[in-house]
Write a protein that binds this ligand. Structure first.
Ligand code: NAD
Ligand code: UDP
Length: 360
C-alpha cells in the first residue's frame, strides 16, 4: 500500500488558512521570470510582499517581468539553480525553476535533471539555513502514463525511467524524495504541489506545449499539429487559478506537506481542445496528424479532493474562458512581433539602400 500523503495535524479548524498571505513577507521565487513564476511574483507583490525573483532565463523571458522591474518591492537576481543559491534573506521560498515543456526539457536532458535535482537541493539548503518554509513546484508527470484514473496523491505512478521524458519526470520524482528526506531528517517545513497542465498569458509563443502551439497556429491560420490520433486527454488549469492554489498551499500550517494535486479536474481530449480553439479564434486552420511522442501519457485528470479539503480551493475558470484570455494575449504578442519585424525591415532597408528592390 502506498504511504499516505503527509497531513500531520488533521484538526478541522487548523487545516486551512486564508488564501491571502495576510502578513507581508519577503519571498524568493526561483523560476520567477517563467510563465507561472511571473504571475506568482505579480500576485505576491499585489498582496504587499517583497519578492526576489531568481532566474537564469533558460526558458523564462525578461518580458514576463518587465512590468515588475520598477516595483520598489521587486528584485531580480540572475542565477542558475544548478549552483548553490546566494544567501538571500527571505522568509519563504517557492521553487519553480525548471523547464516544463517537453520540447525544452528534452533539448538538454542532462541539464534538466541537474536543474530539477540540484535546484531542489539548493532551495532546501537555503530553507534550512533560514529556517524558512519551501514549496516545490512538482508535477503530474510524477504519475507518468497513469494506470489509475483520475490520479490521486496515493498513486505511485507509471514512469519509464530510461525514456525521453525521464529527465523531467524522474528529476521531479527525485526532487520530491529530497524534499521529504529534508523534512524527515532536518524538520524543514516543506510544501509539495503536483501541478497539472497549466496555461495562460506569459506562455512563450514557441513554448511547444499544446495550448500555446494550437493557439499560435490557429491565430496564424497555420496547420494545427495533432500528435497521435488526438484521443489522449489532459485537464487544463488557468494560470490565475493555479497561482491561487500555490499561495494557499504556502499559507497552510507547518504540518501540511502534501503532496497535493493542483489542477483543473475537467478533462478534454486533444481533439476537443482543437475544436474549442478553432471556434474561439474563428480559425480555418486544417489539422495535420504527426506521430505521438514516446511515452506520451494517454490520459490525465487530477483528483483534487485534498486541495478542496486542505486549501478550500478549486479552479473557477472554465477552459473556454481561459482560452479566450490566452488567445487575446497571443494575438497581442503576434501583432507586436509583426510590427517589430516591419520596423527592423525598414531599418535594414534604410541602412542598406542596396537591398531596396531585391524583394526584401
Ligand atoms: P517555464 O519554462 O515558463 O518557467 C521555468 C522558469 O525556470 C524559467 O523562467 C526558466 O528560465 C527558469 N529556469 C530554468 N532552469 C533554470 C536554472 N537552472 N536556474 C534558474 N532558473 C531556471 O515553465 P512553467 O510552466 O512556468 O513552470 C514552472 C514550474 O512549474 C516548473 O518547475 C515546472 O516543472 C512546474 N510545472 C509546470 C506545469 C505547467 O503546466 N506549466 C505543470 C507541472 C509542473
Ligand atoms: N500535443 C499535440 N500537439 C502539439 C503539442 C502537444 O497534439 O503541438 C499533445 C501531446 O502529444 C500531449 C498533449 O498534447 O498528448 C499535451 O502536451 P504538452 O506538451 O502540452 O504537455 P504534456 O505532454 O507534458 O502533458
Amino acid at each position: 500500500m502506498p504511504s499516505r500523503p503527509r497531513f500531520e495535524r488533521q484538526g478541522r479548524r487548523d487545516r486551512r488558512r486564508p488564501s491571502a498571505l495576510t502578513v507581508a513577507k519577503r519571498y524568493l521565487v526561483t523560476g520567477g521570470a517563467g510563465f507561472i513564476g511571473s504571475h506568482l511574483c505579480q500576485r505576491l507583490l499585489e498582496q504587499g510582499n517583497q519578492v526576489i525573483c531568481l532566474d537564469d532565463f533558460t526558458t523564462g523571458s525578461p518580458l514576463n517581468i518587465a512590468h515588475l522591474l520598477d516595483h520598489p518591492n521587486f528584485c531580480l537576481v540572475e542565477h542558475d539553480v544548478i549552483q548553490p543559491l546566494p544567501a538571500l534573506e527571505v522568509e519563504a521560498i517557492f521553487n519553480l525553476a525548471c523547464p516544463a515543456s517537453p520540447v525544452h526539457y528534452q533539448r538538454d536532458p542532462v541539464r534538466t535533471i541537474r536543474t530539477s535535482v540540484l535546484g531542489a537541493l539548493h532551495a532546501l539548503e537555503l530553507a534550512q539555513h533560514l529556517g524558512a518554509p519551501v514549496l516545490q513546484a512538482s508535477t503530474s508527470e510524477v504519475y507518468g502514463d497513469p494506470a489509475m484514473h483520475p490520479q490521486t496523491e496515493l498513486y505511485w505512478g507509471n514512469v519509464n525511467p530510461i525514456g525521453l521524458r525521464a529527465c523531467y519526470d524522474e528529476g521531479k520524482r527525485c526532487a520530491e524524495a529530497i524534499f521529504f528526506d529534508y523534512h524527515r531528517q532536518y524538520g524543514i517545513e516543506i510544501k509539495v504541489g503536483r501541478i497539472f497542465n497549466t496555461y495562460g498569458p506569459h506562455m512563450h509563443p514557441a513554448d511547444g506545449r499544446v495550448v500555446s502551439n494550437f493557439l499560435v497556429q490557429a491565430l496564424q491560420n497555420q496547420p494545427i499539429t495533432v500528435f497521435g490520433q488526438g484521443t489522449q486527454t489532459r485537464s487544463f488549469c488557468y494560470v490565475e487559478d493555479l497561482v491561487e492554489a500555490l499561495l494557499r498551499l504556502m499559507a497552510t500550517e507547518a504540518g501540511v506537506c502534501g503532496p497535493i494535486n493542483l489542477g483543473n479536474p475537467e478533462e478534454f481530449t486533444i481533439l476537443e481542445l482543437v475544436q474549442l480553439i478553432r471556434e474561439i479564434t474563428g480559425s480555418g486552420s486544417e489539422l495535420i496528424f504527426l506521430p505521438l511522442p514516446q511515452d506520451d501519457p494517454r490520459q490525465r485528470r487530477p483528483d483534487i479532493s485534498l486541495a478542496r479539503q486542505f486549501l478550500a480551493w478549486e479552479p473557477s475558470t472554465r477552459l473556454r474562458e481561459g482560452l479566450i484570455l490566452t488567445a487575446a494575449y497571443f494575438e497581442e504578442i503576434l501583432r507586436r512581433s509583426r510590427t517589430e519585424l516591419k520596423a527592423s525591415r525598414s531599418e535594414l532597408l534604410l541602412d542598406n539602400p542596396a537591398l531596396v528592390g531585391r524583394g526584401l
